[in-house]
Design a protein around this ligand. Structure first.
Ligand code: ATP
Ligand code: MG
Length: 285
């Protein structure tokens, strides 16, 4: 991580044209290069809106009233064309099937590159590289519709990676996947983050997974940041999270429930992953 944040958001407010209240109501946020950030919040909290503000879909394709400043890797999405922003922020959405439009997986990955006018000879190695990164090397000629949900979502990730973005925003990427598919997607995200230094932002309800992988958790509530910190700091706030209507990892819930009833529970922050819980219980013996 360098000192200069890759994402800098100041007092961002946005109300959709047909919105009844601000979707974002004054969000200030800085994200470091190479950070892995999890965003949690109830339906309507503003998670998707925040993502769309990063890649310029808002305000260029979805209209509304906005104010504040957004700076993404040196660019201002409010004044930069969307196709230009797609080179910086890759977006992956919740339903992989809806993101597929081509006959073969290779064409699917090439689509974005065609849209930015990349010459064919540069496209071929980029497609191969992107498929390789998500573990789909050799899948070029396969039909996207014949892939499993997890593979389709990896293909959607490959399509954004082909643009070589520095930031990957995944919006509930595993909500339509089975456990194996979920695991595949999070494993890819972890590798991209750790090995390629990619900045990862993921809106996700799977708090157990976020506790495992994320450096920081941001809690959105009615368009505002209600809480942020390390997974341990945020998910350790069991009562605040419950008040916000949000889940914490079962491990943290359990530790919170037994706190005060065992020697272990009296010390230190609450565990939020299974490994931390095992150490925490062990410490109390
Ligand atoms: N296209 C739109 N037009 C009008 N209002 C919208 C639009 N999209 C979202 N909203 C409103 O903006 C607010 C934030 O919605 P957003 O979709 O960003 O929340 P979210 O946290 O992603 O929710 P979810 O968990 O359901 O995906 C909500 O009040 C929602 O009703
Ligand atoms: Mg959403």
């Amino acid at each position: 991580m360098t000192d200069e944040p890759i994402i800098s958001i100041t007092k961002l407010e946005f109300t959709y044209t047909h919105g009844t209240r601000p979707a974002l109501a004054g969000v200030s946020l800085q994200i470091g290069r190479g950070e892995y950030v999890g965003i949690v919040g109830l339906n309507g909290a503003g998670k998707t809106t925040l993502g769309l503000c990063l890649n310029g879909i808002i305000p260029h394709m979805l209209m509304g009233q906005g104010s504040g400043a957004v700076r993404i890797d040196g660019r201002d999405p409010w004044t930069t064309p969307v196709r230009e922003m797609a080179r910086t922020v890759g977006m992956v959405f919740d339903n992989p099937e809806f993101q597929m439009s081509q006959v073969t997986a290779g064409e699917e990955v090439a689509l974005g590159l065609e849209n930015v006018g990349l010459p064919y000879e540069e496209m071929v190695p980029r497609v191969a590289e992107a498929l390789e990164l998500v573990g789909l090397a050799g899948f070029d000629e396969r039909s996207p519709m014949a892939l499993s949900g997890g593979q389709q979502q990896r293909l959607a990730i490959a399509s954004t990676l082909a643009m070589r973005p520095s930031i990957l925003f995944m919006d509930e990427p595993t909500s339509n996947l089975d456990p194996i598919g979920k695991e595949e997607v999070f494993e890819i995200a972890r590798r991209l983050n750790r090995e390629a230094g990619m900045t990862i932002i993921v809106a996700e309800h799977e708090v157990e997974v976020l506790a495992e992988y994320a450096d920081r958790i941001i809690v959105l509530d009615e368009g505002r940041i209600a809480l942020q910190g390390t997974p341990s700091e945020v998910f350790g706030e069991v009562e605040t999270m419950a008040r916000l209507g949000l889940r914490v990892p079962q491990v943290a819930e359990f530790a919170h429930a037994v706190r005060g009833q065992s020697a272990a529970a009296r010390r230190g922050p609450l565990p939020v992953t299974l490994a931390e819980a095992v150490a925490w219980v062990g410490d109390g013996q």
